[in-house]
Design a protein around this ligand. Structure first.
Ligand code: MRU
Length: 361
């Protein structure tokens, strides 16, 4: 597997992340020294992807505790950090899960700094193992298709980036893919570019390239056509929040892929770390808050200019055209073939989820 993580600590006990806004063209490392740095990194999508947002927020709390102690600030400073980080992005529930875990650990502790440092580290390590296990459980699905096709290439379509860049290592959807490739199974990935921020073309293509996985970039509207022509054996996507009944919020456009998959009898899988479960809600359509981002993300497109070799943004509509920028949509459970979790595979239903996670009964 890859030799890097997406978040790590430094010798002076600060935190570093990769500036994902610059990939695939530039590898820029950003140091987070305050909770405001962590908050901004999440808001501006220097880091993104549900598990990585959670881990960054956890370290944000550690940084706030550190500053409180070093600068002899009032404990309300840490409360402010919790509020600010909670408000940094609304949809991915891992953010709130990680902050709740940090809060509980601090509430039960007297040595705040050690507790915050250890708990943030634990969140990171747990995510790595969770993703690895999603791969262990997802691998047989790819293997079965490969066997059925007598060793011919398995064509997998994905949307956005639910790879290691959205997590710490392995990724959720990429873990079964990387494990299949390691096992010598022939895999090819169709990568949706995922407008407007192009997590597919910028990030998924980047990490598949780094891992030597055969892939082809497609514009977001191509998947249905490919499915109609038997070019997709399975779809696998990530999730930012999955409800008790198995409704899945993921990057905008996921729902349309699920509809096309259903119409073409292509299995549609969701790679689901349990940290992304929101067992407090049932109806994804009405109960999951959908992020709306700045319209300029749609009005402009960013990439490396052919003429200058520099990263540039270009306007792609008339100056006065307004844009709507919904970050996520909800795929109803009935369109999801199976959920692939760290504990195994289950139906996208309350019963299915509870079988694997009985602690939520
Ligand atoms: O807006 P982003 O890039 O944070 O959205 C990320 C996604 O939608 C991913 O598919 C999801 O978080 C899963 S990451 C393992």
């Amino acid at each position: 597997m890859s030799k890097f993580r997406t978040i790590w600590t430094t010798e002076d006990r600060f935190v570093e992340v990769i500036d994902q806004r610059k990939l695939p063209h530039e590898w820029v490392v950003v140091k987070l020294e305050t909770y405001e740095d962590a908050e901004l990194a999440i808001k501006e999508m220097t880091v993104r992807g549900a598990p990585l947002i959670g881990a960054t927020a956890a370290y944000g709390i550690y940084l706030a505790v550190r500053e409180m102690i070093e600068e002899e600030l009032d404990p309300s400073f840490v409360d402010e950090a919790f509020s600010a980080l909670r408000a940094s992005r609304p949809t991915a529930v891992n953010l709130f899960w990680a902050l709740d875990k940090m809060q509980k650990a601090l509430d039960e502790s007297t040595d705040f700094l050690t507790t915050a440092w250890d708990m943030a580290g634990q969140i990171v390590e747990e995510d790595i193992e969770t993703c690895r296990m999603i791969g262990v459980h997802g691998l047989p699905i790819i293997e079965e298709i490969s066997n059925r096709k007598k060793g011919e290439t398995v064509n997998i379509l994905t949307h956005c980036n639910a790879g290691m860049l959205g997590c710490i290592e392995w990724g959720t959807i990429t873990s079964p893919i990387y494990q299949a490739v390691q096992k010598g199974i022939k895999v090819h990935v169709w990568v949706d570019e995922t407008r407007p921020r192009n997590q597919g073309s910028n990030l998924t293509c980047y990490e598949l390239t780094r891992h030597g996985v055969d892939h082809t970039l497609i514009v977001d509207n191509t998947g249905g056509h490919l499915m109609q022509h038997g070019q997709v054996d399975m779809v696998i996507v990530g999730t930012d929040r999955t409800t008790r009944s198995g409704d899945v919020a993921n990057k905008i456009g996921t729902y349309l892929k699920a509809l096309a998959a259903k119409d073409n009898q292509v299995p549609f899988y969701v790679a689901l770390p349990s940290t992304t479960l929101d067992m407090t809600i049932r109806d994804g359509l009405t109960e999951i808050p959908i992020e709306e981002r700045n319209q300029d993300e749609v009005r402009y497109s960013t990439g490396k200019a052919q003429s200058t070799g520099k990263i540039e943004s270009v306007l792609i509509c008339p100056e006065t055209t307004k844009a709507a920028n919904y970050g996520f949509d909800v795929t109803p459970a009935r369109l999801v073939s199976k959920l692939i979790t760290e504990r195994g595979i289950c139906d996208a239903s309350e019963e299915g989820i509870l079988e694997l996670f009985p602690e939520y009964r």
